[in-house]
Design a binder for this molecule. Structure first.
Ligand code: SF4
Length: 221
């Protein structure tokens, strides 16, 4: 992990990644592809330590309320977040300035911020998005070795359901010969129904297999 002072934070679509890189180790991860031009090891997470200051400046200057997204490129709930609390500080600001938030993660660490997400949802709108990919626990631990399994994510979604916070599932990628079975898809869809998710995204079902993703990830086996 290394720290930087970022010059900017939000993308044109109002997304932010306070961490660049990820240690969750998914074998199919597209974010580590060379086309994204990481200048450091993907697992050597770059921490934008001034992200809350940058975000506050942005929120103060916005005339219209918007949804701030996080997690489209790198998972915001890295293990280091539990100590650094940068995502949490950003959510506190989003709540204070009454903006909306959409969080995408594979980690049940997001439960730590349920109180803030509930507050944001009361004042504006919060959406929690989780990827559900592999119903089989053993396979899940092999293919996504450093993050909780899909079953645990389903249980996490149910916690947000109880708190009245809308959730969305990313059912992607579907891995040929591994997770493209009827049994896997039916189990995940059953979890989605049971957790009352508001939407299922199957955009870009497969893997990109771009240069730099699959080959290096195979070292996790
Ligand atoms: S959670 Fe998995 S797919 Fe997402 S950025 Fe991390 S390693 Fe890549």
């Amino acid at each position: 992990m290394h720290f930087v002072q970022a010059k900017s934070l939000l993308t044109r679509e109002n997304g932010m990644n306070v961490y660049r890189g990820c240690v969750h180790g998914c074998v199919y991860c597209d974010s580590r592809s060379r086309c994204y031009q990481f200048t450091h090891l993907f697992e050597d997470i770059e921490v934008k330590e001034n992200a809350p200051e940058l975000l506050e400046r942005i929120l103060r200057s916005k005339r219209k309320k918007i949804m701030i997204g996080t997690g489209s490129m790198c998972d915001p709930y890295q293990p280091c977040e539990m100590e650094l609390r940068i995502v949490r500080r950003c959510l506190e600001l989003i709540g204070r300035y009454e903006f909306g938030a959409a969080v995408l993660t594979k980690s049940d660490r997001v439960l730590r911020d349920l109180d803030l997400l509930a507050e944001i949802n009361r004042k504006a709108k919060a959406v929690v998005q989780m990827s559900l990919t592999i119903a089989d626990e053993e396979l899940s631990r092999k293919l996504e070795p450093n993050v909780c399994t899909s079953r645990r994510r389903y249980e996490t979604l149910k916690e947000f359901q109880k708190a009245g916070i809308p959730t969305v599932v990313w059912m992607t990628p579907i891995l040929p010969f591994l997770t493209d079975t009827e049994e896997n898809l039916e189990t995940i869809l059953g979890w989605c129904i049971d957790a009352g998710v508001k939407g299922i995204i199957c955009w870009n079902l497969g893997m990109t297999l771009r240069e730099g993703d699959r080959y290096e990830q195979m070292t996790w086996f």
